[in-house]
Design a protein. Structure first.
Length: 498
């Protein structure tokens, strides 16, 4: 997805989970991203276990590996300069130009190497057979609706540890390791259990409540910090013929992009950690109840755009960009993804989620921001060094600036905005991060337990509640049951906050 992207993203932008997605109108979310994000991520029931069991028994082997090249200051990962490098990108909201530009640099540095580059929205169905055969590509942007479950991949030893990349000299400064050039939290996000780093989240996604500052000004309103204020702003909008909210009704796992940070604000980070850790009764925390009831009030009071449950991410974003709704929960990929329908004077802005009231544990400004657009190097790739070198190039200042300029999203590289005229959404995202300070939360469900997050919590729980088919109490019970089942499922690898 989009940035996942997340896109992670991460939705399907990507990051996208974050957030985090271009020719998506017919095929569903593109990504960011999972989250997610990457980015951003779409709803497709994926045959995860058959994929994994097949992975576990896949062929291929070291005899097919490219021989190492000569390690030099310019080639610290000892890439074989004549070996083919294959790179498969998720074709989502970030497009493919930024990756194609980075591939050109690889080709300049290794002129004898053939680079095979392709982009697809169907990551799982395209690459599952190749994992099964032991012939995966060297670098994959694992995002979108068909994102492969990275927890499962890592648990089945299908991913290469990216520590050699992180400990290599950065592309711009040989005295700095790649890991020392990254934004806070990026390395930790790529870890699942212990020290190895399995995933490089390339985009840096700001999740929150997105809106038109122009539209908010036209209501003579400021962004609401308490829920009573939120309801008052929505009532003002309703009187002017505008809905308060819309969201990706077909992919309601976009709702957590604002809801999870709200739960963290109201109850503290420990509530989110307990949810991630699949602790018994974690969803029954008072903060969860308060936030579910608050969102349900939007539905009950008629503040959600009519027909929203039937809209996909593109349709809901288009309705919002055209002024039919004031607020939408999303990731920072939305600026690029909606660019073709957003009026020039829209004045895009993002805010941290509204809280309940002054009794909230964390201050207003608490926001979810994290890596989106998850990149992986398969363990059985023929040219793992080449895949990592391509990432090292992408994590340079020049490639980072190129990405930010072209797709209106930050990268994992800590910088890369000097000299760039930031777009309204990007500028607002940077300001939101500054306001949050240390109060940045990073829920992990969307990359630890993809099916639980998307299909069960998102579609079966939150989607049904916001469509009025479940009460908050019923949604919480249903989601807790899903979480308990995931916790008890011995076929799933479980993760915990360290």
């Amino acid at each position: 997805m989009g940035s996942t992207s997340d896109e992670s993203r991460t939705p399907d932008r990507t990051t996208g989970t974050a957030g985090a997605i271009t020719d998506t109108k017919a095929t569903g979310p593109g990504r960011r991203d999972l989250i997610k994000r990457s980015a951003a991520l779409g709803l497709i029931s994926v045959p995860t276990m058959s994929f994994l069991s097949a992975c576990a028994s896949s062929g291929g082997g070291d005899e097919d590996k490219a021989e190492s090249g000569k390690k030099t200051a310019k080639n610290p990962l000892a890439v074989n300069d004549s070996a083919q490098m294959e790179f498969v990108l998720f074709d989502g909201g970030f497009g493919k130009e930024y990756a194609e530009d980075a591939v050109k640099i690889y080709e300049q540095n290794f002129p004898k190497a053939k680079v095979k580059f392709s982009a697809t929205q169907k990551i799982q169905s395209t690459l599952q057979p190749r994992f099964n055969q032991g012939t995966p590509p060297d670098l994959i942007d694992n995002s979108g609706a068909e994102q492969m479950d990275m927890g499962v991949l890592a648990g089945k030893n299908q991913l290469a540890d990216l520590t050699p990349l992180l400990d290599a000299p950065s592309y711009d400064d040989p005295d700095k390791k790649v890991r020392d050039t990254l934004r806070p939290g990026i390395v930790e996000m790529g870890q699942l259990d212990g020290d190895p780093v399995w995933i490089m989240y390339y985009a840096y996604t700001v999740y929150g409540v997105w809106y038109s500052q122009k539209a908010l000004d036209s209501l003579d309103a400021t962004y609401p910090e308490t829920w009573d204020e939120m309801l008052a702003v929505c009532e003002k909008a309703k009187k002017k013929g505008m809905a308060g909210w819309t969201y990706a009704g077909k992919y309601p796992y976009y709702l957590p992009f604002s809801l999870y940070a709200m739960i963290g604000k109201v109850g503290g980070v420990e509530v989110l950690d307990a949810i991630d850790n699949l602790e018994p009764n974690a969803w029954k925390a008072p903060a969860v109840k308060a936030c579910f009831e608050a969102y349900y009030e939007l539905y009950k009071k008629g503040y959600v755009l009519k027909g929203t449950p039937g809209l996909d991410h593109i349709q809901s974003q288009t309705a919002w960009a055209k002024g039919k709704a004031l607020f939408i929960p999303n990731g920072s990929w939305v600026e690029n993804e909606s660019a073709n329908v957003m009026p020039a004077d829209f004045d895009l802005a993002v805010s941290a989620p509204t809280g309940i009231d002054s009794s909230d544990k964390l201050p207003f400004g608490t926001i979810w921001a994290s890596g989106g657009e998850p990149f992986i190097v398969p363990a059985k790739a023929k040219n793992t060094a080449g895949g990592m070198e391509q990432l090292r190039i992408m994590l340079s200042e020049a490639s980072s600036k190129n990405f930010t300029t072209k797709v209106k999203s930050l990268t994992a590289y800590n910088g890369g905005t000097d000299g760039i005229t930031l777009t309204p959404g990007l500028k607002s995202g940077v300001a939101a991060l500054e306001k949050a300070g240390d109060n940045v939360v990073n829920p992990r469900l969307q990359d630890w337990y993809v099916q639980l997050q998307k299909e069960q919590i998102g579609v079966s729980g939150l989607g049904e509640m916001m469509a009025g088919r479940l009460t908050p109490a019923e949604a919480i019970k249903k989601i807790q049951d899903f979480a308990d089942a995931t916790a008890k499922d011995t076929s799933i690898k479980h993760y915990k906050h360290q």
